[in-house]
Write a protein that binds this ligand. Sequence first.
Ligand code: NAI
Length: 357
Amino acid sequence: MFDHPDYDGHEKVLMVEDAMSGLKAIIAVHSTALGAAAGGCRLWGYESGAAALSDALRLSRGMSYKNAMANLPMGGGKAVILGPVGADHRTKVMEAFGRAVNSLNGQYITAEDVGVGVPDMEIIATQTKFVSGISAGAGKSGGDPSPYTARGVRVGIESAVRARLGRPELAGLKVAVQGLGHVGMYLCEELFNAGANLVVADINPARVAEAQSRFGALGVSVDDILTQDVDIVAPCALGATITEYAARYIRAQIVAGAANNQLATPEAGRILAERDVLYAPDYVINAGGIIMVNGEISGNNDSAVVAEAVDAIGPRLDLIFAEAKSENVITNEVADLMAKAKLRAARQAKAHTTLVA
Ligand code: NAI
């Protein structure tokens, strides 16, 4: 484990197997230097336990960087449940997962991610208080974080458009959205309302049909979505879709979307930069959902206040794009350096407090 290429100094990794319910899960706690490790739970049919472990570790480190960059008082963690989970025993699986989260005594706080929704969180909440993403009343944020993630991505795309295209707004621009799940569909709505033209793809044809009828989107095949003749590509499916091959053939001038770990390799990021394609670092642009979760955890979940915090993603990206340009460094490396510096400072401050105490 300690030699695993994605281990990166994780504070704790919990492997859970519950024979009664059939739950198999991994909870990865990358860092609690800034606070309890917060990050969603993903349910996915992994090819192997090793693939699930890599995903958990990479996503968990990403959450440390994401929370640090969003200036949230939260560390980074993530959970994965190894699917599939049959509908007949889903409740038992979620209850067992809730007990596993509870066993960490607040070091990790869970929420929704791919494959897991608000009803699951409500089951988990019967076993632990260390859970978020639960529905809230009118005027309050809570429940599904995707609308806030989509809002942040739209704000981030606007920032990229200012930086790369020198344009103040999205009206008339073409955006290719890969993946029309929770975030992708809300993002289409945000972009449509801002006057953008949409090209979309999803492995689920019903989602494509919905985007076509609601937003006049053009549906294309999942194999062609990244290489469309558009201004912006927004990856909103799973991670690692920007391979080195894709990076060479993308025709858009901007890549900015919601998916976690969009770049399959660091080299893919370098190829984009060499081709002058501006990449919005994923964990900066997609922080809207976790900003909502922080509002829920801290009790400051007035919708307008949360929306304002999400909109701060725009100026944050403006800064990253400006620094990348002036220092001639690629955008994701600028973000990594900033995030690592924040985590290092938090670790040092924590060590100092412990010493003084
Ligand atoms: P989701 O599971 O609701 O949607 C994913 C969509 O992508 C589905 O409609 C699926 O059919 C589609 N898809 C899968 N493979 C595809 C392919 N090869 N080509 C085209 N479409 C494909 O997930 P959700 O919640 O919308 O998340 C999307 C991405 O954003 C994930 O990477 C997630 O980790 C990330 N994210 C989500 C947040 C949230 O608030 N839900 C917050 C931050 C990141």
